[in-house]
Design a binder for this molecule. Structure first.
Ligand code: F6P
Length: 580
Protein backbone atom coordinates (compact mmCIF):
# COMPACT_ATOMS: atom_id res chain seq x y z
CA UNK A 1 0.00 0.00 0.00
CA UNK A 2 1.37 3.47 -0.77
CA UNK A 3 2.58 5.03 2.43
CA UNK A 4 0.45 8.12 2.14
CA UNK A 5 -3.19 8.76 1.41
CA UNK A 6 -3.74 10.59 -1.86
CA UNK A 7 -3.64 14.33 -1.65
CA UNK A 8 -6.73 16.25 -2.68
CA UNK A 9 -5.32 17.98 -5.75
CA UNK A 10 -8.12 20.54 -5.73
CA UNK A 11 -7.00 21.80 -2.32
CA UNK A 12 -3.48 22.70 -3.49
CA UNK A 13 -2.36 26.23 -4.23
CA UNK A 14 -1.33 25.09 -7.70
CA UNK A 15 -4.87 23.90 -8.44
CA UNK A 16 -6.38 27.11 -7.16
CA UNK A 17 -4.00 29.14 -9.28
CA UNK A 18 -4.89 27.10 -12.35
CA UNK A 19 -8.57 27.53 -11.57
CA UNK A 20 -8.03 31.26 -11.46
CA UNK A 21 -6.25 31.27 -14.81
CA UNK A 22 -8.92 29.05 -16.37
CA UNK A 23 -11.78 31.37 -15.53
CA UNK A 24 -11.93 33.83 -18.39
CA UNK A 25 -9.01 32.13 -20.13
CA UNK A 26 -8.55 33.41 -23.68
CA UNK A 27 -5.91 31.37 -25.44
CA UNK A 28 -4.02 33.08 -28.22
CA UNK A 29 -1.73 30.67 -30.00
CA UNK A 30 -1.19 33.10 -32.90
CA UNK A 31 -0.24 35.88 -30.51
CA UNK A 32 1.92 33.62 -28.36
CA UNK A 33 3.85 32.36 -31.38
CA UNK A 34 4.30 35.90 -32.66
CA UNK A 35 5.58 37.10 -29.29
CA UNK A 36 7.72 34.10 -28.38
CA UNK A 37 10.29 33.44 -31.06
CA UNK A 38 11.51 30.38 -29.21
CA UNK A 39 8.09 28.90 -28.40
CA UNK A 40 8.44 25.85 -30.66
CA UNK A 41 11.95 25.18 -29.42
CA UNK A 42 11.07 25.82 -25.77
CA UNK A 43 8.16 23.42 -25.80
CA UNK A 44 9.67 20.67 -27.92
CA UNK A 45 11.11 17.73 -26.01
CA UNK A 46 12.88 14.50 -26.75
CA UNK A 47 12.01 11.16 -25.19
CA UNK A 48 14.27 8.45 -26.63
CA UNK A 49 13.46 8.50 -30.39
CA UNK A 50 10.28 10.52 -29.99
CA UNK A 51 10.34 14.22 -30.74
CA UNK A 52 7.35 15.74 -29.01
CA UNK A 53 6.20 19.26 -29.85
CA UNK A 54 3.89 20.66 -27.18
CA UNK A 55 4.03 24.23 -28.47
CA UNK A 56 0.59 24.14 -30.11
CA UNK A 57 -1.02 23.42 -26.75
CA UNK A 58 -2.94 26.04 -24.75
CA UNK A 59 0.05 26.48 -22.54
CA UNK A 60 1.99 29.37 -21.06
CA UNK A 61 5.02 29.26 -18.79
CA UNK A 62 2.80 30.31 -15.91
CA UNK A 63 0.33 27.47 -16.51
CA UNK A 64 3.18 25.01 -16.92
CA UNK A 65 4.78 26.11 -13.64
CA UNK A 66 1.53 25.47 -11.76
CA UNK A 67 1.02 22.11 -13.46
CA UNK A 68 4.55 21.06 -12.54
CA UNK A 69 3.90 22.14 -8.96
CA UNK A 70 0.80 19.95 -9.00
CA UNK A 71 2.92 16.99 -10.10
CA UNK A 72 5.33 17.75 -7.24
CA UNK A 73 2.50 18.05 -4.74
CA UNK A 74 0.99 14.75 -5.86
CA UNK A 75 4.38 13.01 -5.69
CA UNK A 76 4.37 11.70 -9.26
CA UNK A 77 8.11 10.93 -9.31
CA UNK A 78 8.11 9.26 -5.89
CA UNK A 79 5.09 7.14 -6.69
CA UNK A 80 6.67 6.05 -9.98
CA UNK A 81 9.76 4.96 -8.05
CA UNK A 82 7.53 3.11 -5.60
CA UNK A 83 5.83 1.38 -8.52
CA UNK A 84 9.01 0.15 -10.19
CA UNK A 85 10.37 -1.00 -6.84
CA UNK A 86 7.39 -3.32 -6.43
CA UNK A 87 5.29 -1.54 -3.82
CA UNK A 88 1.68 -2.63 -3.83
CA UNK A 89 0.31 0.51 -5.43
CA UNK A 90 -2.60 -1.51 -6.83
CA UNK A 91 -4.25 -1.28 -3.45
CA UNK A 92 -7.70 -2.69 -4.22
CA UNK A 93 -6.11 -5.93 -5.41
CA UNK A 94 -3.16 -5.64 -3.01
CA UNK A 95 -0.70 -6.15 -5.86
CA UNK A 96 2.57 -4.79 -7.06
CA UNK A 97 2.48 -3.08 -10.47
CA UNK A 98 5.55 -4.15 -12.33
CA UNK A 99 5.01 -3.97 -16.08
CA UNK A 100 8.27 -1.98 -16.18
CA UNK A 101 10.05 -5.13 -14.95
CA UNK A 102 8.91 -6.96 -18.09
CA UNK A 103 11.28 -4.91 -20.21
CA UNK A 104 14.25 -4.42 -17.93
CA UNK A 105 17.32 -5.81 -19.69
CA UNK A 106 18.64 -9.11 -18.38
CA UNK A 107 21.48 -7.27 -16.68
CA UNK A 108 18.85 -5.31 -14.80
CA UNK A 109 19.87 -2.26 -16.77
CA UNK A 110 20.59 -0.42 -13.55
CA UNK A 111 22.05 2.94 -14.41
CA UNK A 112 21.73 4.59 -11.03
CA UNK A 113 21.30 3.41 -7.50
CA UNK A 114 17.64 4.46 -7.69
CA UNK A 115 16.69 1.68 -10.06
CA UNK A 116 16.04 -1.70 -8.49
CA UNK A 117 19.23 -3.74 -9.01
CA UNK A 118 19.26 -6.85 -11.16
CA UNK A 119 17.78 -9.77 -9.32
CA UNK A 120 15.58 -7.65 -7.10
CA UNK A 121 12.92 -9.55 -5.28
CA UNK A 122 9.31 -8.58 -4.85
CA UNK A 123 7.10 -10.49 -2.47
CA UNK A 124 9.90 -13.05 -2.20
CA UNK A 125 10.21 -13.69 -5.95
CA UNK A 126 13.28 -12.93 -8.09
CA UNK A 127 11.43 -10.85 -10.66
CA UNK A 128 14.21 -10.41 -13.20
CA UNK A 129 15.04 -14.12 -13.21
CA UNK A 130 11.41 -15.12 -13.69
CA UNK A 131 10.80 -12.56 -16.43
CA UNK A 132 13.84 -13.56 -18.42
CA UNK A 133 13.30 -17.29 -17.99
CA UNK A 134 9.80 -16.87 -19.42
CA UNK A 135 11.02 -14.66 -22.24
CA UNK A 136 13.63 -17.25 -23.19
CA UNK A 137 10.93 -19.93 -23.25
CA UNK A 138 8.75 -17.73 -25.50
CA UNK A 139 11.70 -16.98 -27.76
CA UNK A 140 12.69 -20.66 -28.05
CA UNK A 141 9.13 -21.55 -28.96
CA UNK A 142 8.90 -18.67 -31.44
CA UNK A 143 12.10 -19.84 -33.10
CA UNK A 144 10.77 -23.39 -33.40
CA UNK A 145 7.57 -22.20 -35.05
CA UNK A 146 9.39 -19.79 -37.36
CA UNK A 147 11.94 -22.38 -38.46
CA UNK A 148 9.36 -25.09 -39.07
CA UNK A 149 10.81 -27.30 -36.35
CA UNK A 150 7.51 -27.07 -34.49
CA UNK A 151 4.93 -28.80 -36.63
CA UNK A 152 1.26 -29.62 -36.47
CA UNK A 153 0.02 -33.12 -35.73
CA UNK A 154 0.54 -34.25 -39.33
CA UNK A 155 4.08 -32.88 -39.53
CA UNK A 156 3.33 -29.71 -41.48
CA UNK A 157 4.91 -26.41 -40.47
CA UNK A 158 2.73 -23.70 -38.94
CA UNK A 159 1.54 -20.99 -41.33
CA UNK A 160 -1.19 -19.29 -39.29
CA UNK A 161 -1.21 -18.35 -35.63
CA UNK A 162 -4.62 -17.59 -34.17
CA UNK A 163 -4.51 -15.68 -30.88
CA UNK A 164 -7.65 -16.17 -28.81
CA UNK A 165 -8.01 -13.54 -26.09
CA UNK A 166 -9.92 -10.39 -25.23
CA UNK A 167 -9.15 -6.99 -23.70
CA UNK A 168 -5.49 -6.81 -22.82
CA UNK A 169 -5.00 -10.34 -24.10
CA UNK A 170 -6.10 -9.23 -27.57
CA UNK A 171 -5.85 -5.47 -28.08
CA UNK A 172 -2.10 -5.33 -27.47
CA UNK A 173 -1.13 -8.29 -29.67
CA UNK A 174 -3.40 -7.29 -32.54
CA UNK A 175 -2.32 -3.65 -32.43
CA UNK A 176 1.37 -4.55 -32.39
CA UNK A 177 0.99 -7.19 -35.10
CA UNK A 178 -0.77 -4.69 -37.34
CA UNK A 179 1.78 -1.96 -36.55
CA UNK A 180 4.74 -4.20 -37.32
CA UNK A 181 3.38 -5.94 -40.42
CA UNK A 182 6.52 -5.11 -42.43
CA UNK A 183 8.54 -7.13 -39.89
CA UNK A 184 6.38 -10.25 -40.07
CA UNK A 185 8.16 -13.35 -41.41
CA UNK A 186 6.92 -14.14 -44.92
CA UNK A 187 4.75 -17.23 -44.92
CA UNK A 188 3.42 -16.55 -41.43
CA UNK A 189 0.12 -14.86 -40.65
CA UNK A 190 -1.56 -14.03 -37.35
CA UNK A 191 -5.27 -13.74 -36.79
CA UNK A 192 -7.00 -12.60 -33.63
CA UNK A 193 -10.27 -13.88 -32.20
CA UNK A 194 -11.75 -11.92 -29.32
CA UNK A 195 -15.51 -11.50 -29.51
CA UNK A 196 -17.90 -14.11 -28.17
CA UNK A 197 -20.08 -13.29 -31.18
CA UNK A 198 -19.59 -16.57 -33.05
CA UNK A 199 -19.16 -14.63 -36.27
CA UNK A 200 -15.70 -13.68 -35.08
CA UNK A 201 -14.26 -17.16 -34.78
CA UNK A 202 -16.23 -18.28 -37.83
CA UNK A 203 -14.60 -15.61 -39.98
CA UNK A 204 -11.14 -15.99 -38.46
CA UNK A 205 -11.00 -19.74 -39.01
CA UNK A 206 -12.55 -19.51 -42.48
CA UNK A 207 -10.23 -20.88 -45.12
CA UNK A 208 -7.59 -22.04 -42.66
CA UNK A 209 -5.84 -25.35 -43.00
CA UNK A 210 -6.11 -27.01 -39.57
CA UNK A 211 -2.86 -28.89 -40.18
CA UNK A 212 -0.90 -25.60 -40.37
CA UNK A 213 -2.81 -23.61 -37.73
CA UNK A 214 -1.63 -22.93 -34.19
CA UNK A 215 -3.98 -21.50 -31.56
CA UNK A 216 -2.65 -19.42 -28.69
CA UNK A 217 -5.17 -19.15 -25.88
CA UNK A 218 -4.19 -15.94 -24.11
CA UNK A 219 -5.91 -15.16 -20.85
CA UNK A 220 -4.38 -13.79 -17.69
CA UNK A 221 -7.02 -15.43 -15.54
CA UNK A 222 -7.94 -18.30 -17.87
CA UNK A 223 -11.46 -17.70 -16.63
CA UNK A 224 -12.77 -15.19 -19.15
CA UNK A 225 -16.06 -16.34 -20.68
CA UNK A 226 -15.33 -15.09 -24.19
CA UNK A 227 -11.85 -16.56 -24.41
CA UNK A 228 -12.68 -19.96 -22.97
CA UNK A 229 -15.79 -20.27 -25.14
CA UNK A 230 -13.77 -19.39 -28.24
CA UNK A 231 -11.00 -21.78 -27.18
CA UNK A 232 -13.52 -24.62 -26.96
CA UNK A 233 -15.00 -23.66 -30.34
CA UNK A 234 -11.50 -23.62 -31.83
CA UNK A 235 -10.75 -27.04 -30.37
CA UNK A 236 -13.98 -28.41 -31.86
CA UNK A 237 -13.14 -26.80 -35.20
CA UNK A 238 -9.68 -28.39 -35.14
CA UNK A 239 -10.96 -31.86 -34.37
CA UNK A 240 -13.80 -31.66 -36.89
CA UNK A 241 -11.55 -30.41 -39.67
CA UNK A 242 -8.77 -32.90 -39.03
CA UNK A 243 -11.24 -35.76 -38.83
CA UNK A 244 -13.15 -34.64 -41.93
CA UNK A 245 -9.99 -34.67 -44.02
CA UNK A 246 -8.85 -37.98 -42.53
CA UNK A 247 -5.77 -36.37 -41.00
CA UNK A 248 -6.71 -38.02 -37.71
CA UNK A 249 -9.07 -40.90 -37.10
CA UNK A 250 -12.62 -39.90 -36.23
CA UNK A 251 -13.47 -40.12 -32.53
CA UNK A 252 -9.97 -41.28 -31.57
CA UNK A 253 -9.38 -39.66 -28.17
CA UNK A 254 -5.61 -40.15 -28.26
CA UNK A 255 -5.42 -38.53 -31.69
CA UNK A 256 -7.53 -35.65 -30.42
CA UNK A 257 -5.21 -35.19 -27.43
CA UNK A 258 -2.17 -35.22 -29.70
CA UNK A 259 -3.81 -32.68 -31.97
CA UNK A 260 -4.44 -30.32 -29.07
CA UNK A 261 -0.83 -30.76 -27.91
CA UNK A 262 0.50 -29.71 -31.32
CA UNK A 263 -2.05 -27.02 -32.19
CA UNK A 264 -2.75 -25.30 -28.86
CA UNK A 265 -0.50 -23.35 -26.55
CA UNK A 266 -1.54 -21.00 -23.77
CA UNK A 267 -0.45 -17.84 -22.02
CA UNK A 268 -1.78 -17.34 -18.53
CA UNK A 269 -1.05 -16.72 -14.87
CA UNK A 270 -3.32 -19.71 -14.06
CA UNK A 271 -1.35 -22.69 -15.34
CA UNK A 272 -3.54 -25.17 -13.42
CA UNK A 273 -6.57 -24.04 -15.45
CA UNK A 274 -4.52 -24.30 -18.65
CA UNK A 275 -3.79 -27.95 -17.84
CA UNK A 276 -7.47 -28.58 -17.07
CA UNK A 277 -8.32 -27.35 -20.58
CA UNK A 278 -6.04 -30.04 -22.00
CA UNK A 279 -3.06 -27.92 -22.93
CA UNK A 280 0.26 -29.41 -21.89
CA UNK A 281 1.81 -27.11 -19.22
CA UNK A 282 5.05 -27.54 -21.20
CA UNK A 283 3.33 -25.53 -23.91
CA UNK A 284 2.15 -22.79 -21.60
CA UNK A 285 3.85 -19.48 -20.94
CA UNK A 286 3.28 -17.85 -17.61
CA UNK A 287 3.13 -14.32 -16.33
CA UNK A 288 2.26 -12.77 -13.03
CA UNK A 289 -0.55 -11.07 -11.16
CA UNK A 290 1.57 -7.91 -10.99
CA UNK A 291 1.05 -7.39 -14.73
CA UNK A 292 -2.29 -5.78 -15.54
CA UNK A 293 -4.01 -7.13 -18.66
CA UNK A 294 -3.77 -3.77 -20.44
CA UNK A 295 -0.07 -3.56 -19.54
CA UNK A 296 0.77 -7.07 -20.72
CA UNK A 297 1.62 -6.96 -24.43
CA UNK A 298 5.30 -6.98 -23.49
CA UNK A 299 4.88 -10.20 -21.48
CA UNK A 300 4.23 -13.69 -22.85
CA UNK A 301 0.85 -12.26 -23.94
CA UNK A 302 2.86 -11.03 -26.91
CA UNK A 303 3.80 -14.58 -27.96
CA UNK A 304 1.92 -14.23 -31.26
CA UNK A 305 3.96 -11.09 -31.95
CA UNK A 306 7.22 -12.81 -30.95
CA UNK A 307 6.44 -15.56 -33.45
CA UNK A 308 5.51 -13.08 -36.16
CA UNK A 309 8.46 -10.68 -35.87
CA UNK A 310 10.94 -13.03 -34.20
CA UNK A 311 12.83 -12.86 -30.90
CA UNK A 312 15.21 -10.15 -32.10
CA UNK A 313 12.31 -7.93 -33.10
CA UNK A 314 10.61 -8.60 -29.79
CA UNK A 315 13.81 -7.77 -27.88
CA UNK A 316 13.98 -4.47 -29.75
CA UNK A 317 10.31 -3.87 -28.91
CA UNK A 318 11.06 -4.37 -25.20
CA UNK A 319 14.11 -2.13 -25.33
CA UNK A 320 11.88 0.62 -26.71
CA UNK A 321 9.63 0.36 -23.66
CA UNK A 322 12.67 0.39 -21.40
CA UNK A 323 14.05 3.53 -23.02
CA UNK A 324 10.82 5.37 -22.17
CA UNK A 325 10.78 3.87 -18.66
CA UNK A 326 14.25 5.29 -18.18
CA UNK A 327 13.15 8.64 -19.54
CA UNK A 328 10.22 8.64 -17.09
CA UNK A 329 12.45 7.64 -14.19
CA UNK A 330 15.42 9.92 -14.76
CA UNK A 331 14.17 13.06 -16.52
CA UNK A 332 13.28 16.10 -14.42
CA UNK A 333 9.57 16.82 -14.45
CA UNK A 334 9.94 19.96 -16.56
CA UNK A 335 11.40 17.91 -19.44
CA UNK A 336 9.68 14.64 -18.72
CA UNK A 337 7.45 14.01 -21.74
CA UNK A 338 4.90 11.58 -20.26
CA UNK A 339 4.58 13.79 -17.19
CA UNK A 340 4.11 16.91 -19.32
CA UNK A 341 1.54 15.21 -21.54
CA UNK A 342 -0.31 13.85 -18.51
CA UNK A 343 -0.34 17.30 -16.94
CA UNK A 344 -1.72 18.83 -20.14
CA UNK A 345 -4.51 16.26 -20.10
CA UNK A 346 -5.32 17.30 -16.53
CA UNK A 347 -5.29 20.95 -17.59
CA UNK A 348 -7.73 20.31 -20.43
CA UNK A 349 -10.08 17.96 -18.65
CA UNK A 350 -10.18 19.48 -15.17
CA UNK A 351 -9.88 23.17 -15.99
CA UNK A 352 -10.93 23.76 -19.60
CA UNK A 353 -13.81 21.27 -19.77
CA UNK A 354 -12.47 18.80 -22.34
CA UNK A 355 -14.17 15.42 -22.11
CA UNK A 356 -12.37 13.53 -24.80
CA UNK A 357 -8.93 13.21 -26.30
CA UNK A 358 -8.21 12.26 -29.90
CA UNK A 359 -5.22 10.18 -30.96
CA UNK A 360 -4.58 10.53 -34.67
CA UNK A 361 -1.78 8.43 -36.11
CA UNK A 362 -0.39 9.49 -39.46
CA UNK A 363 1.02 6.00 -39.94
CA UNK A 364 -1.57 3.64 -41.26
CA UNK A 365 0.05 0.64 -39.60
CA UNK A 366 -0.97 2.24 -36.27
CA UNK A 367 -4.64 1.92 -37.17
CA UNK A 368 -5.39 -0.12 -34.03
CA UNK A 369 -3.43 2.17 -31.72
CA UNK A 370 -6.43 4.32 -30.68
CA UNK A 371 -8.44 1.19 -29.83
CA UNK A 372 -5.51 -0.12 -27.81
CA UNK A 373 -5.26 3.20 -25.97
CA UNK A 374 -8.95 3.11 -25.15
CA UNK A 375 -8.43 0.15 -22.85
CA UNK A 376 -5.12 1.45 -21.51
CA UNK A 377 -6.46 4.87 -20.62
CA UNK A 378 -10.15 4.32 -19.90
CA UNK A 379 -9.94 1.03 -18.00
CA UNK A 380 -7.11 2.56 -15.99
CA UNK A 381 -8.45 5.99 -15.18
CA UNK A 382 -12.24 5.70 -15.41
CA UNK A 383 -12.67 5.72 -11.62
CA UNK A 384 -14.86 7.52 -9.10
CA UNK A 385 -13.06 6.61 -5.89
CA UNK A 386 -9.47 7.16 -4.84
CA UNK A 387 -7.02 4.54 -3.66
CA UNK A 388 -8.08 5.08 -0.04
CA UNK A 389 -11.73 4.45 -0.95
CA UNK A 390 -12.80 8.10 -0.69
CA UNK A 391 -14.63 9.77 -3.58
CA UNK A 392 -12.54 11.55 -6.19
CA UNK A 393 -12.47 15.30 -5.83
CA UNK A 394 -12.53 16.15 -9.52
CA UNK A 395 -13.33 14.57 -12.88
CA UNK A 396 -11.15 11.63 -13.89
CA UNK A 397 -10.38 9.91 -17.16
CA UNK A 398 -10.97 11.13 -20.68
CA UNK A 399 -12.71 9.45 -23.56
CA UNK A 400 -9.89 8.41 -25.85
CA UNK A 401 -10.70 7.87 -29.47
CA UNK A 402 -9.26 8.25 -32.93
CA UNK A 403 -8.56 6.91 -36.37
CA UNK A 404 -5.58 7.22 -38.65
CA UNK A 405 -5.10 10.36 -40.69
CA UNK A 406 -5.89 11.15 -43.37
CA UNK A 407 -9.03 9.00 -43.12
CA UNK A 408 -10.26 10.90 -40.08
CA UNK A 409 -9.91 14.20 -41.95
CA UNK A 410 -12.75 13.11 -44.20
CA UNK A 411 -14.91 11.93 -41.33
CA UNK A 412 -14.80 13.62 -37.93
CA UNK A 413 -12.18 16.40 -38.16
CA UNK A 414 -14.94 18.87 -39.01
CA UNK A 415 -16.05 18.73 -35.40
CA UNK A 416 -12.49 19.14 -34.12
CA UNK A 417 -11.92 22.19 -36.35
CA UNK A 418 -15.22 24.00 -36.03
CA UNK A 419 -17.35 22.25 -33.42
CA UNK A 420 -18.20 23.65 -30.01
CA UNK A 421 -16.21 21.11 -28.02
CA UNK A 422 -12.60 21.31 -26.96
CA UNK A 423 -10.83 18.19 -28.20
CA UNK A 424 -7.11 18.04 -27.50
CA UNK A 425 -5.48 15.80 -30.07
CA UNK A 426 -2.20 13.89 -30.36
CA UNK A 427 -0.86 13.66 -33.90
CA UNK A 428 1.68 10.86 -34.41
CA UNK A 429 3.85 10.45 -37.50
CA UNK A 430 7.00 8.67 -38.62
CA UNK A 431 9.55 10.17 -40.99
CA UNK A 432 10.53 7.06 -42.93
CA UNK A 433 7.70 5.28 -44.65
CA UNK A 434 7.62 1.50 -44.75
CA UNK A 435 6.81 1.73 -48.46
CA UNK A 436 8.28 4.81 -50.19
CA UNK A 437 5.96 4.90 -53.18
CA UNK A 438 6.00 7.61 -55.82
CA UNK A 439 3.04 8.90 -57.78
CA UNK A 440 4.61 8.51 -61.23
CA UNK A 441 2.12 10.61 -63.14
CA UNK A 442 0.80 13.05 -60.56
CA UNK A 443 -2.46 14.85 -61.27
CA UNK A 444 -0.98 17.50 -63.49
CA UNK A 445 -2.02 20.19 -61.01
CA UNK A 446 -1.22 20.05 -57.28
CA UNK A 447 0.62 16.75 -57.37
CA UNK A 448 3.77 16.73 -59.47
CA UNK A 449 4.81 13.64 -61.46
CA UNK A 450 7.07 11.49 -59.32
CA UNK A 451 5.76 13.01 -56.07
CA UNK A 452 6.74 11.21 -52.89
CA UNK A 453 3.40 10.00 -51.56
CA UNK A 454 4.64 9.81 -47.98
CA UNK A 455 5.63 13.50 -48.19
CA UNK A 456 2.14 14.26 -49.43
CA UNK A 457 0.74 12.24 -46.55
CA UNK A 458 2.83 14.07 -43.96
CA UNK A 459 1.98 17.44 -45.49
CA UNK A 460 -1.46 16.67 -44.12
CA UNK A 461 -0.02 15.87 -40.68
CA UNK A 462 1.72 19.26 -40.57
CA UNK A 463 -1.20 21.13 -42.12
CA UNK A 464 -3.79 19.86 -39.68
CA UNK A 465 -2.04 20.97 -36.50
CA UNK A 466 -1.31 24.32 -38.15
CA UNK A 467 -4.96 24.81 -39.11
CA UNK A 468 -6.14 23.78 -35.66
CA UNK A 469 -3.72 26.12 -33.90
CA UNK A 470 -3.97 29.23 -36.03
CA UNK A 471 -7.30 28.89 -37.80
CA UNK A 472 -8.49 31.39 -40.37
CA UNK A 473 -9.95 34.81 -39.62
CA UNK A 474 -13.00 36.37 -41.20
CA UNK A 475 -10.75 38.87 -42.97
CA UNK A 476 -8.68 36.07 -44.44
CA UNK A 477 -11.85 34.37 -45.63
CA UNK A 478 -13.13 37.63 -47.16
CA UNK A 479 -9.80 38.18 -48.88
CA UNK A 480 -10.47 34.98 -50.83
CA UNK A 481 -13.55 36.63 -52.32
CA UNK A 482 -16.05 34.66 -50.25
CA UNK A 483 -19.61 35.96 -50.23
CA UNK A 484 -20.32 37.72 -46.93
CA UNK A 485 -23.20 35.40 -46.04
CA UNK A 486 -20.87 32.41 -46.09
CA UNK A 487 -17.96 34.02 -44.27
CA UNK A 488 -18.96 32.87 -40.74
CA UNK A 489 -19.21 29.25 -41.87
CA UNK A 490 -15.71 29.41 -43.30
CA UNK A 491 -13.98 30.96 -40.30
CA UNK A 492 -11.72 28.72 -38.21
CA UNK A 493 -11.29 29.92 -34.65
CA UNK A 494 -7.90 28.27 -34.14
CA UNK A 495 -6.62 27.74 -30.57
CA UNK A 496 -7.47 24.06 -30.83
CA UNK A 497 -4.70 22.26 -29.00
CA UNK A 498 -2.52 19.55 -30.48
CA UNK A 499 0.61 17.66 -29.59
CA UNK A 500 2.80 16.46 -32.45
CA UNK A 501 4.84 13.29 -31.96
CA UNK A 502 7.41 12.52 -34.62
CA UNK A 503 9.57 9.38 -34.75
CA UNK A 504 12.20 8.26 -37.28
CA UNK A 505 10.25 5.17 -38.41
CA UNK A 506 7.80 2.64 -37.07
CA UNK A 507 10.30 0.10 -35.78
CA UNK A 508 9.57 -2.36 -32.97
CA UNK A 509 11.61 -0.11 -30.68
CA UNK A 510 9.69 3.04 -31.55
CA UNK A 511 6.39 1.21 -31.05
CA UNK A 512 7.53 0.10 -27.57
CA UNK A 513 8.41 3.72 -26.81
CA UNK A 514 4.99 4.94 -27.92
CA UNK A 515 3.15 2.40 -25.79
CA UNK A 516 5.25 3.15 -22.70
CA UNK A 517 4.74 6.88 -23.29
CA UNK A 518 0.99 6.48 -22.92
CA UNK A 519 1.34 4.07 -19.98
CA UNK A 520 3.22 6.77 -18.11
CA UNK A 521 0.79 9.50 -19.17
CA UNK A 522 -1.95 7.37 -17.61
CA UNK A 523 0.18 6.93 -14.49
CA UNK A 524 0.77 10.67 -14.16
CA UNK A 525 -2.91 11.52 -14.42
CA UNK A 526 -3.95 8.70 -12.09
CA UNK A 527 -1.46 9.86 -9.47
CA UNK A 528 -2.73 13.44 -9.59
CA UNK A 529 -6.31 12.26 -9.25
CA UNK A 530 -5.33 9.87 -6.44
CA UNK A 531 -6.79 6.82 -8.14
CA UNK A 532 -5.66 3.22 -8.51
CA UNK A 533 -5.06 3.03 -12.27
CA UNK A 534 -4.40 -0.70 -12.09
CA UNK A 535 -7.69 -2.28 -11.07
CA UNK A 536 -10.85 -2.56 -13.22
CA UNK A 537 -13.76 -3.43 -10.96
CA UNK A 538 -16.09 -1.57 -13.29
CA UNK A 539 -16.15 -4.43 -15.77
CA UNK A 540 -17.28 -7.04 -13.26
CA UNK A 541 -20.99 -6.34 -12.81
CA UNK A 542 -21.82 -6.76 -16.49
CA UNK A 543 -19.90 -10.04 -16.64
CA UNK A 544 -21.76 -11.36 -13.60
CA UNK A 545 -25.17 -10.33 -14.92
CA UNK A 546 -24.50 -11.84 -18.35
CA UNK A 547 -24.02 -15.23 -16.74
CA UNK A 548 -27.14 -14.76 -14.60
CA UNK A 549 -29.21 -13.69 -17.63
CA UNK A 550 -27.90 -16.35 -20.01
CA UNK A 551 -30.52 -19.02 -19.09
CA UNK A 552 -33.35 -16.53 -19.74
CA UNK A 553 -31.90 -15.68 -23.15
CA UNK A 554 -31.65 -19.39 -23.88
CA UNK A 555 -35.39 -19.79 -23.23
CA UNK A 556 -35.67 -20.66 -19.51
CA UNK A 557 -39.11 -19.26 -18.60
CA UNK A 558 -38.50 -19.02 -14.85
CA UNK A 559 -35.22 -17.18 -15.39
CA UNK A 560 -37.01 -14.82 -17.76
CA UNK A 561 -39.72 -14.13 -15.21
CA UNK A 562 -37.21 -12.99 -12.61
CA UNK A 563 -35.88 -10.14 -14.75
CA UNK A 564 -36.85 -6.48 -14.44
CA UNK A 565 -39.64 -5.49 -16.82
CA UNK A 566 -37.44 -3.81 -19.43
CA UNK A 567 -34.93 -6.64 -19.59
CA UNK A 568 -37.75 -9.18 -19.62
CA UNK A 569 -39.58 -7.57 -22.52
CA UNK A 570 -36.36 -7.12 -24.50
CA UNK A 571 -35.45 -10.77 -24.07
CA UNK A 572 -39.02 -11.81 -24.91
CA UNK A 573 -38.79 -9.75 -28.11
CA UNK A 574 -35.47 -11.35 -28.93
CA UNK A 575 -36.95 -14.82 -28.44
CA UNK A 576 -39.87 -13.87 -30.67
CA UNK A 577 -37.57 -12.52 -33.39
CA UNK A 578 -35.12 -15.32 -33.35
CA UNK A 579 -36.03 -18.13 -35.71
CA UNK A 580 -34.62 -21.37 -34.41
O1 F6P B 1 -12.61 -6.99 -18.98
C1 F6P B 1 -11.68 -6.87 -17.99
C2 F6P B 1 -10.45 -7.66 -18.20
O2 F6P B 1 -10.11 -8.21 -16.98
C3 F6P B 1 -9.30 -6.85 -18.77
O3 F6P B 1 -8.69 -6.06 -17.83
C4 F6P B 1 -8.46 -7.91 -19.33
O4 F6P B 1 -7.48 -7.39 -20.17
C5 F6P B 1 -9.50 -8.75 -20.02
O5 F6P B 1 -10.60 -8.72 -19.15
C6 F6P B 1 -9.12 -10.16 -20.34
O6 F6P B 1 -8.81 -10.88 -19.19
P1 F6P B 1 -8.01 -12.23 -19.25
O7 F6P B 1 -6.69 -11.95 -19.86
O8 F6P B 1 -7.91 -12.69 -17.82
O9 F6P B 1 -8.80 -13.20 -20.09
Amino acid sequence: MPESAPIDPTATDAWKALDGIASGFTPDLSGWFAAEGDRAERYTFQAADLTVDLSKNLLTDEILAHLLQLAEDAGVADRYRAMIAGEHINVTENRAVLHTALRRPASGGATTELEPPAGFTVDGADIDAEVHATLEKVYAFADRVRSGEWTGVTGKRIETVVNIGIGGSDLGPVMVYEALKPYVQPGLECRFVSNIDPSDIYEKTAGLDPETTLFIVASKTFGTLETLTNARLAREWLWEQLEASGAIAAGDDDARTSAVAKHFVAVSTALDKVAAFGIDPENAFGFWDWVGGRYSVDSAIGTSVAIAIGPDGFREFLSGFHALDEHMRTTPLERNVPVLMGLLNVWYSNFLGAQSHAVLPYAHYLHRFPAYLQQLTMESNGKSVRWDGSPVTTDTGEIFWGEPGTNGQHAFYQLIHQGTRLIPADFIAVADPAHPLKDATGDGKAVQPGADVHALFLANFFAQTKALAFGKTADEVRAEGTAESVVPARVFSGNRPTTSILAPSLTPGVLGQLIALYEHIVFTEGTIWGIDSFDQWGVELGKQLALEIAPAVDGDAAALESQDSSTKSLIAKYLELRSR
